[in-house]
Design a binder for this molecule. Sequence first.
Ligand SMILES: CC(C)(COP(=O)(O)OP(=O)(O)OC[C@H]1O[C@@H](n2cnc3c(N)ncnc32)[C@H](O)[C@@H]1OP(=O)(O)O)[C@@H](O)C(=O)NCCC(=O)NCCS
Length: 251
Amino acid sequence: MSTTTADADAIRAALEEFLPQSSPYRILHHTINKADDPILHTCFSLIEETSSAAYKASSKGWHPKAKQREMHEEGMHYLLLLPKPASATTKLPVSPPPALEPQEMAKQLLGFLSFMLTIDDDVPVIYIYEIHLCATVRGQGLGRTLMECVDAIGRGTGMQKAMLTVFVSNEAAVGFYEGLGYEKWDEEYIAPVRRLRSTRKPADPAEETRNPSYIIMAKDLLDVKSTVSHGQDTRMTLSDTPESDGWETDD
Ligand SMILES: CC(C)(COP(=O)(O)OP(=O)(O)OC[C@H]1O[C@@H](n2cnc3c(N)ncnc32)[C@H](O)[C@@H]1OP(=O)(O)O)[C@@H](O)C(=O)NCCC(=O)NCCS
């Protein structure tokens, strides 16, 4: 699904709500504008560092090329966590921090979250693909802040649900998501959602069914007043499924 001007405005508006002026961090919205994006290289390295072991231990395996392909999919959005220059937190009047070149952003990156606005079985969904923070900035509420940005973006763009996939073995992340109101997605709904996120079968489907290495978690975004009328959202009429995902093979 391509990003509309309304989506871009809603994303910008949502980000403005988060992180006070005094925070030493800032969150920037990023989309891929060239194949060889240095920011995505750093994001990929973070995924590799935090999660490749869990991928390898799962029935899906670790497939770097497939993961990179997924990261470059059209419609993928990135929220980048960066340090704010000290002058931007103290100086008055408030002036926006200077713009950074992608190379510099890549060097400074402290974490990121990637998501897509999509439709699954007529339900508008904001799908979180990745959230990874450098070890030095974990446990300070920044992961929660990024996830709250996603809620605000989802509501602002008319999405009904927020969804994600997490390895069962990543108990810390499962606990983190549960604390944010995510619940394991009902079994009866797993089939359509798997179409969204897992277009290829695991190496051993029977074993994956008996003993799944990952779960899908979801959160309803409609329990708080939405800012957009879903009935009028043109995306409701679109059928849009990502072409691939990180569970694929490198073939
Ligand atoms: C998972 C991750 C994104 C969380 O971000 P974070 O900044 O460390 O988490 P926060 O400090 O924002 O914590 C938010 C809340 O989650 C809770 N939480 C964090 N870890 C938890 C755990 N293991 N069990 C239960 N709750 C947990 C915190 O207590 C906090 O609750 P509070 O706000 O009520 O105090 C981060 O630790 C990370 O990048 N981990 C490595 C990569 C990874 O596993 N990503 C997930 C891939 S699916």
